[in-house]
Design a protein around this ligand. Sequence first.
Ligand SMILES: Nc1ncnc2c1ncn2[C@@H]1O[C@H](COP(=O)(O)OP(=O)(O)O)[C@@H](O)[C@H]1O
Ligand SMILES: [Mg+2]
Length: 274
Amino acid sequence: MPHERSSAGAGPAPVPGGAALLEVDNVTLRFGGVTALDGVSFTIRQGEIFGLIGPNGAGKTTCFNAMTGIYRPTDGEIRFTGKRVTGLRKYEITSMGIARTFQNIRLFPEMTALENVMVGADAHHKTSVLGALFRLPRHRREEAQGREKSLRLLEFVGIRHRAGHVARNLSYGEQRRLEIARALATDPKLLCLDEPAAGFNPAEKEDLLQLIRRVRDTGVTVLLIEHDMRLVMGVTDRIAVLEFGRKIAEGTPAEVRDDPKVIAAYLGVPADAA
Ligand SMILES: Nc1ncnc2c1ncn2[C@@H]1O[C@H](COP(=O)(O)OP(=O)(O)O)[C@@H](O)[C@H]1O
Ligand SMILES: [Mg+2]
């Protein structure tokens, strides 16, 4: 297996193995005077678990928002399976195969766990509004399939027994899992998780890592945003590190962990003093 260098700056690192799935190409994103992303490039390969880490305010969530059509980059472009996604609408990007969860949980609190997942599965249905209104056979069939699939996904994330409970009555950890099930219901090629373990204790974090590995084993590529560097070390294949909107390192977990720039970013001291 080719060894990767830990590369800083805008240049994309050499990418061994699987085909490029997501390419972030020299993306800059400004909010007024704030440059949230500054010439950021990285490539996620099919089948890997890729970590995007960095201190608070580094630009991680902004990067997700640019990838999923919430913000449009000021400069640069993002490609998914070779096709440009910058400028597309959220639902178009979802149907291309990118799904995400949010740093702050966004569920429908008064709907059941099952219904929350079925909303995701619905995105793929082909029947029209009229078909749904008149409950045409095709619609009934799709609804039944959506229900089956959603129950399987609840099982997969470990909360099948909570299917009939309204989301707001689920524990915090169950809600995090429910969000993952809902994202998976859109049949993504790439699942993006924004700090999915925030607020978890160590045992819950370990359980979540197991789940992330199982997601990948089903053939879904995973992009994991995480603030806690130790958490990503055990699960990711490669990591890119952001600080103040710039990519300061990229490489294997071991390469990134030993990089003085990364250590300095996390300790909040200049690189030469770390
Ligand atoms: N909608 C917005 N308007 C203005 N500034 C924003 C907005 N979203 C993010 N930012 C700024 O962009 C920077 C990166 O934020 P963010 O991507 O949320 O960081 P992270 O997820 O790494 O903690 C921060 O300085 C933040 O205040
Ligand atoms: Mg964030």
